[in-house]
Design a protein around this ligand. Structure first.
Ligand SMILES: Cc1ncc(COP(=O)(O)O)c(C=O)c1O
Length: 359
């Protein structure tokens, strides 16, 4: 069983939603890259979701999450991420638009230099979020530190609740059944835009972290019975259990929408590329550095070193290896994140070393 786009939209739009961004985001062809690579390549511009200049993929999820928070009478919104989290910054932005108070618990994967605070951590302060930095303890893994962040946030939440305030929790990346509705919606939006161009995507590439985007796209694809292949590019080390995690989240999203006759199969409906995160999360890779410069120099567009640069590197490598056959119609979903270009050197890497000094 599958649904028409309009039937699917009716289901999604039955949930509370708060208008935060500018949709539909543009979809346009990359003429020079298409010519270079021998494919018909389009870019879906979720770097332009708004609401500020520094949008990104989280705004789609936050329209539903903040809608839910408002429906529940919340006053404070808690969320989590790394110190340079795009998600945390977009959550703070969304809260301000909705009149809510953002509280961020941020794990310092890359240590903060307090004399030179940059990028999203800088914007979080301008937005006036309550920011708690969770330093990594000696011998602690990132997961351990994230767990500690959750525990500390729970204590802060109890304090506020005792004083009578209503708090709402947005998980890391906005990855839950509410947030993922935003990307099921995004898939419908893209399909309509492709139809208007008289095209059908053979492949869709995007960066995946918490799997919320991946799950939402998979749910949207399955809802309307589309056959486009979605290739989700990991930005940190994962194993194949990640596919089950994404499919489970997609199915929770469908169930939340009341859909009982469509489900996402972890062995058939989700696909991941697991090698391009190298050398690690928030660590620049040689291929992604090349991909960022290549896109900038051929198309005048920016992707970032942590997420979308790695996904673009995978797409280019897959064209070269033949995994994406010549002549294919391909969509690259730009998930935003360009503020990382102004982050710490550890994150940016070797992108700028071309100055010429004339005497
Ligand atoms: C720029 C960018 N792209 C992709 C992702 C991955 O999205 P998700 O967490 O939904 O997998 C993120 C998540 O933070 C992001 O900031």
């Amino acid at each position: 069983m599958s649904y028409t786009i309009n039937e699917a939209k009716t289901l999604l739009h039955s949930k509370p939603r708060c208008e935060l961004g500018f949709f539909p985001t543009p979809l346009h062809r990359l003429d020079r890259l298409s010519e270079d690579l021998g494919i018909d390549l389009y870019m879906k511009r979720d770097d332009l979701t708004g609401r500020s200049l520094f949008g990104g993929n989280k705004i789609r999820k936050l329209e539903y999450l903040i809608g839910d928070a408002l429906a529940k009478g919340a006053e404070y919104v808690f969320t989590y991420g790394a110190t340079q989290s795009n998600h945390a910054m977009q959550t703070a932005t969304a809260c301000r638009k909705a009149g809510l108070k953002p509280i961020l618990y941020l794990t310092a994967v890359v240590p903060v230099d307090e004399t030179d605070v940059r990028s999203n951590l800088f914007l979080d302060q301008v937005l006036g979020a309550e920011i708690h930095i969770v330093r990594m303890l000696e011998g602690e893994t990132e997961d351990d530190a994230d767990e500690r962040a959750l525990q500390m946030a729970a204590i802060r939440r109890q304090e506020l609740e005792k004083e009578g305030h209503v708090c709402y929790d947005v998980p890391m990346g906005g990855a839950n059944r509410v947030g993922s509705i935003g990307f099921a919606d995004g898939y419908l939006e893209l399909t309509q835009q492709m139809q208007a161009l008289g095209k059908k995507a053979d492949f869709l590439y995007h960066a995946t972290g918490t799997a919320g985007t991946m799950a939402g796209l998979a749910a949207g694809r399955k809802l309307i019975g589309s056959s486009s292949r979605i290739v989700s590019v990991n930005v940190s080390k994962k194993d194949d259990s990640y596919l089950k995690k994404a499919a489970d989240l997609a199915n929770q999203t469908l169930a939340y929408l009341g859909v009982t006759d469509v489900s996402v199969d972890p062995s058939a409906d989700v696909e991941r590329e697991g090698e391009f995160y190298q050398p690690g999360y928030e660590m620049p890779g040689k291929e992604s550095t090349e991909a960022i410069k290549y896109l900038a120099q051929r198309e005048g567009l920016f992707v970032d070193p942590v997420y979308s640069g790695k996904a673009l590197a995978a797409l280019i490598a897959h064209v070269k290896s033949g995994k994406i056959p010549q002549g294919s119609c391909v969509v690259f979903w730009h998930t935003g994140g360009a503020t990382a270009l102004f982050a710490e050197h550890e994150i940016v890497g070797d992108l700028s070393n071309t100055l010429i000094y004339d005497h």
